[in-house]
Design a protein around this ligand. Structure first.
Ligand code: NAD
Length: 357
């Protein structure tokens, strides 16, 4: 197989973690007979410094003409004073919008070697393996009207939660398809007891479910879900929800498993998917070889599986990560008593070694 991958390292630790993911992909390609062509582009703060824009036209063109995009992280204190439309983080919104990425997939999996890193009891978190499917381009973040307006006594701020049949149906399909490849259970999370948009959400999800009789569908209110995630997270397989609820629940799910540096994500929709770790550019540790590259390496594995249907290769990377952790190699964010502290590059070395390269 031959694929073109747009590599956008971005800012801060993005520049350190990305080379480790690229090494792993190169190694897997060599081992399994695939050719991955990597083309680098500028995004976020570094792109602002070079061109004045967080998402230069050249980078967008590169992303659109590639088979998949692998992104590090963007942002940092240097660009915090800029007006909102010029901030590094705008590049992410631009890429999502331009690539038609309406579904954000965030797996949260407990690596058995890291059970001690969770803030919850081992018996609660052992065996967690769930996937949050978040709608990414609709809902209250984009709904109109929105704004802040003057009133007789002060101001009034408002946003609008809007979902259409089409938006709900396509995200529900992504969730049911994902569940088919997993344990066959979807929880649809809404607030249908209060919100009309949620009432429609539930109605449409039920309709889409008719095409997936092999998958079980359960409904849960978002407030109960927030509670169930810390009470008994193992009850979940795939969770599908709106942009706002998904934003909150996916962070909650992430923290069940320990470090933010471990977790990957995928944004899919049209033809080109984008894959990135869930963390930011971590300016506090950037440039020190301290960052955990596992979230980015696991994002590369998701890219193989979701964009290229290379499931076996993705599993090889997953198990190399698992074995490296089982051998007690740890970056500082997941360090525990008795483990061997390693840096970003050394963590990459150990994962490559487990791949037999
Ligand atoms: P952050 O995720 O960058 O860092 C939060 C904490 O987690 C920090 O203490 C950091 O050291 C640690 N951390 C994060 N990733 C790590 C890793 N791989 N290994 C070890 N430790 C890790 O969040 P923040 O500090 O709120 O944001 C910093 C910058 O990143 C801001 O400019 C923010 O806007 C941006 N940001 C970007 C993205 C993105 O690119 N997708 C996401 C979130 C935040």
């Amino acid at each position: 197989m031959e694929k073109r991958i747009a590599v956008l390292p971005g800012d801060g630790i993005g520049r350190e973690i990305m080379p480790q993911a690229v090494r792993v992909l190169e190694a897997i390609g060599q081992k399994c007979g695939h050719r991955f062509h990597f083309t680098y582009g500028q995004v976020g703060g570094e792109a602002i410094d070079a061109t004045g824009f967080p998402l230069p036209a050249e980078t967008l063109e590169l992303a659109k003409s590639s088979d998949a995009v692998l992104l590090g992280a963007v942002g940092g204190p240097k660009w915090e004073g800029l007006e909102y439309a010029r901030r590094p983080e705008r590049a992410l919104l631009g890429l999502r919008e331009q690539l038609g990425l309406f579904a954000n997939l965030r797996p949260a999996k407990m690596y058995s070697a890291l059970i001690g890193s969770s803030s919850l009891k081992p018996e609660v978190v052992d065996g967690i393996d769930l996937l949050v499917v978040r709608e990414l381009t609709g809902g209250i973040y984009f709904g109109k009207p929105k704004g802040i307006e003057q009133t007789a006594t002060g101001h009034r701020g408002f946003n609008t939660e809007v979902y259409t049949t089409e938006e709900i149906r396509r995200i529900a399909e992504v969730a049911f398809q994902a569940a088919r490849k997993r344990r066959g259970l979807v929880h649809s999370i809404d607030k249908a007891n209060v919100l009309e948009s949620s009432e429609l959400w539930r109605r449409e999800v039920i309709k889409v479910h008719q095409n997936f009789p092999d998958v079980e569908l359960r409904h849960m209110y978002v407030d109960n879900c927030a509670m169930q995630l810390v009470r008994y997270p193992k009850q979940f397989d795939v969770m599908v929800t709106t942009n706002l609820f998904g934003d909150i629940l996916s962070d909650e799910a992430a923290m069940l498993t320990g470090s933010i540096g471990m977790l990957p994500s995928a944004s899919v929709g049209a033809s080109v998917g984008m894959f990135e770790p869930i963390h930011g550019s971590a300016p506090d540790i950037a440039g020190k070889n301290l960052a955990n590259p596992i979230g980015t390496i696991a994002s590369a594995a998701m890219m193989l599986s979701y964009s290229f249907a290379l499931t076996k290769e993705a599993e090889m990377i997953e198990s190399a990560i698992q074995m490296t952790l089982a051998q007690e190699y740890r970056t500082q964010d997941i360090q525990s008593p008795g483990s061997t502290l390693v840096g970003t590059v050394e963590m990459g070395d150990h994962i490559l070694k487990q791949l037999g390269i």
